[in-house]
Design a binder for this molecule. Structure first.
Ligand SMILES: [Zn+2]
Length: 153
């Protein structure tokens, strides 16, 4: 079995896409129209995504290794609204943890409360942002803020 999270091996550069470690090239591809289940995958935008499910949350981590194409201002804003959408559901439900989202870094981490935003809808919105389509993220953001109010920061 290959250790996909092990020590960094040599990186493989792709034209305009985030580089991959040589141990990551055989990760399964996550197709936005396919089933979304916990695991570690390559994304259509060339990133890596890890989906874990705990008792209360889905934890979704996307790794673009600071790839410029995934750090444009509109994409940062869309990733942020998606994080706010998830966080709004947590606030409504009285979750006490801090939102894990960090912007512009190597990793983007999201916590989605189970029973709020459907995992599939959330991950599809995330994958759409990679490819420059922000409508699904905007829709999730709009439906959350309608319930929870505008984010305060
Ligand atoms: Zn929460």
């Amino acid at each position: 079995m290959t250790d996909h999270q092990g020590a960094a091996g040599p990186y493989i550069a792709y034209d305009g896409l985030p580089p991959l470690r040589s141990t990551e090239t055989d990760l399964p591809l996550l197709h936005p129209y396919g089933p979304i289940t916990p695991g570690r995958y390559l994304t259509p935008g060339g990133g890596r995504i890890t989906i874990e499910t705990t008792s209360a949350h889905h934890k979704v981590t996307v790794d673009h290794l600071g790839c410029d194409a995934q750090r444009t201002e509109p994409k940062e804003a869309a990733f942020k609204s998606l994080a706010f959408a998830a966080e709004g559901e947590c606030l409504t439900a009285g979750c006490k943890h801090h939102a894990a989202f960090s912007e512009g870094n190597v990793y983007r981490m999201f916590e989605v409360r189970r029973g709020s935003i459907e995992l599939t809808a959330f991950v599809r919105a995330l994958l759409a942002i990679e490819l420059g389509a922000f409508e699904p993220a905007d829709r999730l953001f709009a439906s959350t803020t309608a319930k929870a109010g505008e984010p305060t920061r």
